[in-house]
Design a protein around this ligand. Structure first.
Ligand code: FEO
Length: 169
């Protein structure tokens, strides 16, 4: 099982929540293999992964396009390669090729963690410069019926301390 770890956090609540959901789906696939060894269940989980990955990739690609992110094309290609691979695995399972189950699980774990830590992390500065992080934090709070607290958010990001010191001068 994969446990969420803060090193996977991009500091963007909307995207972190989607990555957590992707990890949940991978964990479902691991359970389907470990507990039931049931090809149909694993196939269903892969189908869920295909659908949710599309939703998540669309979120990131929308922001990348909106912010004219330089690495957009390369990043989008990684997303496409993943979607193609998962479709191929799904077809393999449909054709009763269940011995690939371990390979599928290995691929899912490795791809997602590598992608978050290497490829996704590269857009964080661009998204931050375009104000996404503050906005999404505020949106999260607003959704929960709380007043956005930018100062608390900035302190968490390591910005508040600098501002506090400046105001002490
Ligand atoms: Fe979070 Fe680029 O996938």
């Amino acid at each position: 099982m994969i446990e969420w770890n803060e090193i996977y956090s991009l500091g963007i609540p909307e995207i972190d929540a989607e990555h957590k959901k992707l990890i949940d789906i991978i964990n479902k696939a691991i359970l389907a293999k470990e507990h039931n060894d049931n090809p149909e269940e694993l196939e269903e989980v892969l189908n869920e992964m295909t659908k949710y990955a599309q939703t998540h990739f669309a979120t990131e690609e929308l922001y990348m396009a909106k912010f004219n992110y330089q690495g957009y094309q390369y990043h989008k290609q990684e997303h496409l390669d993943f979607a193609t691979k998962i479709k191929a695995y799904e077809s393999g399972l449909i054709n009763a090729d269940y011995h690939i189950a371990d390979e599928i699980l290995g691929y899912l774990r490795k791809w997602l963690i590598n992608h978050i830590l290497k490829t996704d992390k590269k857009y964080v500065d661009c998204f931050r410069e375009n104000g996404l992080m503050g906005e999404t934090e505020d949106q999260e709070k607003t959704k929960q019926g709380e007043e956005p607290d930018r100062r608390q958010f900035e302190r968490r990001r390591g910005l508040g301390r600098r501002r506090d010191k400046d105001s002490e001068k």
